[in-house]
Design a binder for this molecule. Structure first.
Ligand code: ADP
Ligand code: MG
Length: 567
């Protein structure tokens, strides 16, 4: 391996030479306590910046062994190291060093959630931290002095203060310990959901609303969550001790209330409750079952070989709905496909908001039923199947309803939002349904789940170009996959992660692999060998964050170029 002295020797010879000479710096350099890898050198000062990586042995980083004892702890540790590194970068001198991205150092951005990333990875015997740096230049000529400053002053300072535990100040160590404990508590809370047969839990005192529609930060001066006495439970967490809050039981829960009273805000918090939030977020102890999926209408999406016959039958063009494909789904067919495909991913908690649902998928009123006869209506509404989906197939629902009263009749639990406060109105709702004569109008039927057997038939491809835009679009060889309605994607890095995983799948998967087992295999592999395995060596479209299996399968389902088959 090269030594730092080699760098000191090479650099002056490059001064004012053409930018391409920087390429010769690619390689690994021993800095004593850690190694600097220059993995990829950018072609010119305006291209995407060069990619570098610190590697430090376990003995030299010295982070407590017990902080890596479980998966959630390890993720939390990695998250904290990344946040510290990111914080140091933000505080750095931003004066311009030269043309383009000269001297700019960046790494994976962090938000309100703790997620699996490749930016910082602790493994058995070492830790690695990935970042990008613009190699300095004036025009297209190398600025060796500035590069020396980065390599011999800036980077060592960053490494010493972030990579080595004993250099962390007391306050930072304390914050790290709290983050590890929070991870333990969140894991315990999630286990408790399963043990007690709960779909979700919202702790008293939680802050659910966000600062704005485009910010994930907590709203200031929001009304803190308080649970209705009928649904209040207490949970004892290993570090925090006893907390109380609302336990939403499995089954069918309807959230109702007047407009603007906070219904959608509660549902959004539950959608995001599949992730662990950082301290101070307000949703630290809001947890939903981790397979939970938001189901909404998505006009225009592509559907491939999905059996939506449970909801849609005898279409006017005689299309077979047990093997349904379209390049342009309607509101109701898209929502039916979204629901069925969610079940295909193994999700057993579905979250719906009337505001983003197709009305004809949700309800059909008596007047309409008289005018348009049963045989002329292809849609069987969710109302007709919901009891049996819940009772026979163990699928729970949390549905926000403002105007479709019939849903009250099928609900196990009815919650009302009243000035941001939750009330349990199950009894009142049942009494009203009884007096209106609608109780039992939609009994359990013999709904069967479709057989999930969609297979992927990829054609051999060369290296695929991948890219992502915000949380909206994944690009594979310039073909875009529209993922904007996967509302639980919450970090730009997750779409980058989707892009890498899709590329890996398309170039590595054997023809005829069922997408269910494919996704299971991938996530098991990630648990064993890490997410990096699936990111091509020359990762080039930014630092990925691991999406859930649910979103990966949803992304495959939306890929218009995908070759899928059914039996
Ligand atoms: P609904 O779905 O019932 O019409 P929303 O959930 O969209 O209502 O909430 C309406 C507005 O109230 C939003 O701007 C939201 O940010 C705000 N809001 C929601 N919950 C709270 C709360 N607990 N404290 C303060 N404002 C809130
Ligand atoms: Mg709403």
């Amino acid at each position: 391996m090269n030594k730092i002295e080699d760098l000191r020797r090479m650099l002056p010879k490059m001064d004012h030479k053409s930018y391409g000479m920087y390429k010769s710096l690619a390689g690994s350099y021993d800095y004593g306590r850690y190694v600097l890898h220059i993995d990829h050198v950018q072609g010119d000062p305006f291209a995407s910046p060069s990619r570098l990586r610190f590697e430090i042995s376990k003995r030299n980083h010295g982070f407590p062994e017990e902080y890596q004892r479980s998966k959630v702890r390890k993720l939390s540790l990695e998250d904290q190291v990344l946040r510290r590194f990111g914080g140091s970068l933000r505080r750095m001198d931003k004066s311009v060093m030269g043309s383009g991205k000269s001297g700019r150092i960046t790494t994976c951005r962090t938000g309100q959630k703790v997620m699996e990333r490749i930016a910082v990875v602790f493994s058995e015997d070492k830790m690695e931290l990935r970042f990008e740096m613009g190699f300095p230049a004036r025009g297209r000529s190398i600025l060796a002095r500035e590069m020396g400053q980065l390599l011999f002053e800036v980077l060592p300072k960053l490494a010493e203060s972030c990579l080595i535990y004993k250099n962390w100040d007391a306050k930072s160590k304390e914050r790290l310990q709290s983050a590890i404990w929070l991870a333990d508590d969140q894991e315990a809370l999630r286990k408790e959901l399963e043990v007690r047969g709960l779909a979700a839990f919202v702790a008293d005192g939680s802050i659910l609303p966000r600062e704005s529609g485009v910010s994930d930060l907590p709203m200031k001066n929001a009304v803190a969550f308080s649970s209705p006495p009928e649904k209040r439970i207490s949970v004892t967490l290993p570090h925090k001790g006893e907390i109380t809050g609302m336990g939403i039981p499995e089954g069918i829960t309807v959230v109702t209330g007047g407009g603007y009273h906070g219904k959608s805000t509660l549902l959004k918090a539950l959608e995001q409750g599949v992730y662990n939030h950082i301290a101070g977020d307000g949703r630290e102890y809001v947890a939903a079952r981790e397979t939970a999926m938001k189901i909404r209408a998505e006009d225009g999406r592509s559907v491939k070989h999905t059996d939506i016959s449970m909801f849609i039958n005898h279409l006017p063009n005689k299309q077979d709905t047990t093997d349904f494909s379209t390049e342009n789904a309607s509101g109701s067919t898209s929502q039916a496909a979204n629901l069925i495909e969610a079940l295909e991913t193994g999700s057993r908690l579905l979250l719906l908001d009337e505001d983003t649902s197709a009305t004809n998928f949700m309800i059909r009123d008596k007047v309409m039923a008289r005018l348009v006869s049963e045989e002329k209506e292809p849609i069987t509404t969710l109302l007709c199947h919901i009891r049996s989906l819940s009772e026979r197939h163990g699928v729970s629902f949390i549905i926000v309803v403002g105007s479709s009263g019939d849903y009250l009749s099928v609900a196990d639990c009815v919650l009302q939002m009243d000035h941001y406060e939750v009330k349990d109105v199950t009894k009142q709702a049942k009494a009203i349904c009884e007096s209106e004569g609608i109780l039992g109008l939609y009994p359990e039927d013999d709904t069967k789940l479709p057989v999930f057997a969609r297979k992927l038939m990829p054609e051999k491809t060369g290296r695929l170009k991948v890219k992502a835009m915000g949380t909206d679009t994944v690009l594979i060889d310039r073909e875009s996959i529209d993922v904007r309605y996967l509302e639980q994607l919450s970090d730009d890095g997750q779409t980058i992660g989707l892009a890498y995983l899709m590329a890996w799948i398309l170039s590595n998967v054997k023809k005829g692999t069922e997408i269910c087992s494919l996704a299971d295999d991938i996530y098991q592999r990630i648990d064993k060998v890490g997410f990096e395995y699936f990111v091509s060596k020359n990762y080039s479209c930014g630092q990925p964050v691991l999406p859930r299996k649910q979103e990966l399968m949803a992304c495959i389902s939306r890929y218009r170029q995908a070759k899928l088959e059914r039996k």
